[in-house]
Design a protein around this ligand. Structure first.
Ligand code: FAD
Length: 376
């Protein structure tokens, strides 16, 4: 099915939806993207990215912008709470010999890069807008919108994230997001110049790490076990985060701890996961990204698999004469990889909470990294 003259609607302008817009528009489709947030904002601190994500950035055409505005480096450094190095996880250079094997960037900066690329690719973006109904027949999909418009498309891509309304409309019986028992704290801090790459401290149920997001800044992430998903008063963020870092005497961690104060922008997020069983499509509507596979961040690969969905979907639509074949081929290429990331990340969280086997933890990380390194 030639993508030229194919009318595609994307619902949701996060990393997955924007990537789908770029890739489909580049291949000639007429793309519209609706995003419910009138400000098209992206929240949170930094986001860590592996080699597979950088490889996907190269295909999308945003790798240079990422390298200019983010930070890239090789390897993952592991330390004990006092600071003794205990090893380094290799990060193969999947985006090419000239590109480090991983990195990180501020979320709003990545969102801005993708938003510019979405518009540059020719997609029509409507902000502060969402669907009110989706009705399909054999030849197309009629969608009505909150701005009163009604339009017809050849394909609708639902990319509206973890609490997706498109998923609810398409698969009312699909599972709901499930709290994992862990929460993550994040904050952005000045980067000491000697800190070049992601560094994590392996202790008990609390796991801090830092990752450079630009030449001058890094982000702190701290995973902790919280048996119940209760409201946490923002007034308690600073003392709670400082208390979590107290048992890590490494001077890097203690410097970070001293820098935290009332002016710090701290983001607290309980971790939820979701894996919707296949198929992720029905008729002319298909779901991608967190909408169907929201992973906890233990492998830092949630954005990666959502962006890869977009690349594979565009390729398969172009490759097949009919949409049913294209969507079946998309599903076949995506299920196992996404399942593996979601389930393995979930298991890593369980091991951390149980104080379980370090060997199993290391084995799962290795296996998942190897699977992610394989071509998509
Ligand atoms: C604490 C935490 C840390 C993480 N760290 C990492 C990491 O280091 N590396 C990594 O790769 N991944 C990480 N992830 C995962 C990653 O953030 C997600 O997988 C990724 O952002 C999903 O993108 P998405 O576009 O599929 O969904 P979303 O980012 O949720 O985007 C959905 C978009 O749809 C819009 N929307 C919602 N409802 C509607 C509607 N009804 N109509 C129209 N628009 C709508 C939203 O406003 C949003 O813009 C982390 C996740 C968490 C929770």
């Amino acid at each position: 099915m030639a993508l030229a003259a194919t009318r595609i609607l994307i619902i949701g302008g996060g990393f997955s939806g924007m990537s789908a817009a770029i890739e489909c528009a580049k291949r000639g489709a007429e793309v519209e993207l609706v995003e419910i947030d009138p400000g098209w904002r992206s929240y949170g601190a930094g986001i860590s990215l592996g080699g597979a994500t950088l490889r996907a950035f190269r295909q999308l055409g945003i790798l240079d912008a990422f390298l200019q505005q983010g930070a890239a480096s090789d390897g993952v450094h592991l330390r004990l709470p006092h600071g003794q190095p205990i090893g380094e996880l290799p990060t193969p250079r999947l985006a090419g010999p000239d590109v480090p094997g991983g990195g990180a960037i501020m979320r709003p900066v990545l969102a801005q890069i993708l938003a510019e690329a979405t518009r540059a690719a020719g997609a029509e973006v409507r902000l502060g807008c969402t669907f009110t109904s989706i009705e399909q027949d054999a030849d197309g999909v009629d969608v009505t919108f909150t701005d009163g418009q009604r339009r017809r498309y050849d394909l609708v891509i639902g990319a509206d994230g973890l609490y997706s309304k498109v998923r609810e409309a398409l698969f009312p019986g699909a599972p709901k997001p499930r709290y994992s028992g862990q929460a993550v704290w994040r904050a952005v801090l000045p980067r000491p110049q000697h800190l070049q790459t992601i560094t994590m401290w392996m202790g008990g149920a609390v796991k801090p790490g830092v990752n450079p997001v630009s030449k001058d800044e890094m982000y702190l992430f701290v995973t902790e076990h919280r048996p119940s998903n209760e409201f946490v008063d923002p007034a308690s963020f600073v003392p709670t985060l400082k208390a979590l870092l107290a048992p890590f005497p490494d001077p890097i961690v203690q410097t970070v701890r001293e820098q935290l104060g009332e002016g710090s922008q701290i983001v607290f997020r309980p971790l939820e996961g979701l894996l919707v069983r296949q198929p992720w499509h029905h008729g002319r509507v298909v779901l991608i990204g967190d909408t169907v596979h929201a992973t906890t961040p233990h492998m830092a690969s949630g954005a990666c698999i959502g962006i890869e969905d977009a690349l594979v979907l565009a390729e398969e639509i172009e490759r097949h004469a009919g949409l049913p074949q294209a969507l079946a081929a998309f599903q076949a290429r995506r299920w196992e990889r996404c399942r593996l990331v979601v389930e393995n990340s979930g298991r890593l969280g369980e091991i951390e909470m149980e104080g379980g086997s370090k060997d199993e933890h290391a084995r799962i990380m290795r296996e998942t990294l190897m699977a992610l390194a394989a071509p998509i």
